[in-house]
Design a protein around this ligand. Structure first.
Ligand SMILES: [Zn+2]
Length: 309
């Protein structure tokens, strides 16, 4: 199994609009040396400030995951971070010329396509480091619950409940590999309710939102003319969001998460609490032989062919 760090073979780019700001944005994803991590650069601001991806730089309102560093901000990073995580990319520079990552189709699939098909993936000459859950950890907030158990691989079991005939309750169990991420999760789009749209727009949110980049539900049905990509697309998207949020740890995570009715702010609250309690986790690097002796199975980043649906 390949446990080496990864970046892109060459740069790739796209143009889109921000889901919340509605602003047009050009984005480039570029290769970076080992141990760089993922770094955003705001090309539209004098001095082109860097905003490193780290859970310490996360500000997570309920509707998106944003990063702020030295006062400079980049918004709605979660679907792009999920795509990078899903493809096993450890190191990349992301240049953008607006405050928000492009929404594309509301999923992670367009980013996966850019990474795998346009740029290609380069295996680098240094080992990854893994964030391992060592002891059962519990985080509760109002009606949200996240449990993290020690496991041999990354598993995410997610439950959602909404007062809506199509979403009354959806569950999904996901065992991570790049191939499964691409096939089961990456194409699931963000979703919202028609009755919330006006309120969100008044709050300055969802200005770029449309049926082109989100599933919109009225009180009974899906308004998108082509319907859903999966019957349980919404819970799959919540897993995509969760992966984007744990990606802010900057390392692949090994643990079994059971998540009930969470969102970006609760995911982030859980990560902050978890990191503050080192008894529950450890960092493992496969270059240390005794760590390998513990026979923890590491997640499969398996470089599959990209299969468009
Ligand atoms: Zn999302």
């Amino acid at each position: 199994m390949d446990l080496k760090q990864r970046t892109l073979k060459k740069e790739t780019s796209c143009v889109g609009i921000g889901l919340h700001t509605g602003k047009k944005v050009n984005m480039k994803i570029k290769p970076a040396p080992v141990n760089t991590g993922i770094i955003f650069i705001r090309k539209d601001i004098p001095g082109q400030p860097e905003i490193p991806v780290s859970f310490e730089n996360v500000v997570a309102p309920e509707r998106a995951t944003n990063l702020i560093y030295n006062g400079y901000k980049v918004q709605t990073v979660e679907h792009l971070l999920a795509a990078l995580y899903g493809c096993g990319i450890d190191n990349a520079i992301i240049e953008i010329d607006a405050p928000e990552v492009p929404a594309m189709d509301g999923s992670a699939a367009p980013f996966v396509f850019l990474i795998q098909m346009d740029a290609g993936i380069l295996v680098q000459n240094a080992f990854k480091k893994f964030f391992i859950i060592k002891k059962t950890f519990r985080f509760e907030y109002n009606s949200s619950l996240i449990l993290a158990y020690p496991s041999k691989e990354l598993k995410i079991e997610y439950m959602i409940e909404f007062n809506h005939p199509l979403l009354r309750s959806q569950n999904y169990k996901f065992e991570f590999s790049t191939k499964k991420f691409i096939n089961e999760i990456s194409r699931a789009r963000t979703f919202g309710f028609l009755h919330e749209v006006d309120a969100l727009k008044k709050m300055g949110l969802a200005k770029g939102g449309s049926l082109d980049n989100a599933i919109v539900l009225d009180n009974f049905r899906v308004l998108n003319p082509d319907g859903l990509r999966f019957e349980d697309e919404c819970v799959r998207h919540k897993i995509l969001d969760f992966i984007g949020d744990i990606a802010t740890l900057g390392k692949p995570v090994i643990g079994h998460f059971v998540v009930k009715k969470s969102g970006h702010s609760v995911n982030h609250g859980m990560l902050k609490k978890l990191v503050s309690e080192p008894a529950y986790w450890k960092i493992l690097s496969p270059e240390v032989e005794k760590d390998v002796d513990e026979q923890i199975e590491l997640p499969v980043f398996d470089l599959p062919e990209f299969v468009p649906a």
